[in-house]
Write a protein that binds this ligand. Structure first.
Ligand code: ATP
Length: 315
């Protein structure tokens, strides 16, 4: 089996004076391997089960796929409020499956030269196919895969190229899985959801109380703490995203560190410290949830946002 690695397009490209790029062959494998696993992702148990079934098991059972003359590959589109672990989950999937992780970064792709962005998208997928088994992650896919009726004709051409590259029927994407992520699924061209492209669309909600407890534990790990009442903090952080919880812990740690430098006395982080800082923060998911309510109510004829609607009804 090939050695997995984390790579981006720029690792494999040489830019000339006109910003044209060529794939460099034979570059040494990178040292950085996908080390994030489900251990680093607090909560999200249902989601972990879903991706285990749809992505990790097919990666791990390639022989069975061959036996039944099936091609492993395909795509899952994750959507939800910012900071709730879509990127983290994607990295963890690559780590769990022990496959290469390729991040399609939009600034690396976009070029002012005609036809160049399309060429880069194609080259990126070529590298991912050479590195198969690999997991391609496309964050903010709404930016590269916007509805073609709403963008300029040059952008629509790029969307068409992306559609072709991710399509298992037109491109040989055997053992290349594609995970897309977006905060704005309503902006993504519906052609991405056709069979062979993103066959599954999955809502990644803000963490529930158990998940918040698990996320707190992960981010407090190795800090100087004493008997933190995780349950209490988890209850106080309703609608906080994982990133909000990380920021909360970061603020408390910073204040303890400054205090230690000022006084010369070593500090211990307590439940009270966390309670004090929670009160100064607002969850960043609220704005997104308000916006999403309209789409779940008025643009859900196809049932696309059923998971989102169920979540909104439950809160
Ligand atoms: P965006 O939509 O803005 O790209 P995202 O949903 O991809 O956001 P991430 O980038 O995965 O969110 O999360 C940001 C950070 O928040 C992570 O790097 C991690 O530190 C923390 N975080 C989010 N969710 C979790 C989680 N479930 N467990 C542990 N940490 C988390």
């Amino acid at each position: 089996m090939k050695r997995p690695e984390i790579f981006s397009l720029n690792d494999y490209l040489e830019h000339d004076n006109n910003d044209q790029v060529e794939i460099i062959d034979n570059i040494p494998l990178q040292d950085q391997l996908p080390t994030t696993t489900f251990k680093n992702v607090g909560g999200m148990e249902d989601l972990k089960d879903k991706v285990r079934l749809q992505i990790i098991l097919p990666f791990k059972n390639q022989e069975i796929y061959k036996k039944y003359k099936k091609k492993a590959g395909g795509g899952v589109l994750l959507y939800g409020p910012p900071g709730c672990g879509k990127t983290l989950l994607a990295r963890a999937v690559a780590g769990e499956a022990d496959v290469s992780f390729a991040n399609l970064s939009i600034p690396e792709i976009l070029s002012k030269w005609m036809g160049e962005s399309e060429r880069r998208v194609h080259q990126f997928f070529e590298i991912a196919r050479r590195k198969a088994p690999s997991l391609v992650f496309i964050d903010e896919i709404d930016a590269l895969g916007a509805k073609r009726s709403e963008v300029s004709s040059s952008m629509a051409t790029l969307v068409n190229v992306l559609l072709t590259e991710i399509d298992g029927a037109t491109s040989n994407n055997e053992n290349v899985f594609i995970l897309g992520a977006t905060n704005m699924p309503w902006r993504v061209d519906s052609a991405f959801r056709r069979p062979g492209r993103f066959g599954h669309v999955v809502f990644v909600p803000p963490p529930d109380v158990e998940a918040r407890q698990a996320i707190l534990k992960i981010h407090l790990d190795d800090l100087p703490i004493t008997d933190i009442d995780l349950k209490k903090i988890a209850k106080l952080t309703d609608r906080f995203s994982g990133a909000d919880i990380e920021a909360l812990v970061g603020r408390v740690a910073e204040s303890a560190m400054l205090e230690e430098m000022k006084t010369g006395k070593s500090q211990i982080i307590t439940t009270e410290h966390l309670v004090k800082y929670v009160k100064t923060m607002l969850p960043t998911t609220i704005e997104w949830l308000e916006q999403a309510t309209n789409y779940a109510s008025f643009s859900n004829r196809s049932g696309l946002y059923d998971d989102l609607a169920d979540y909104l009804n439950s809160i």
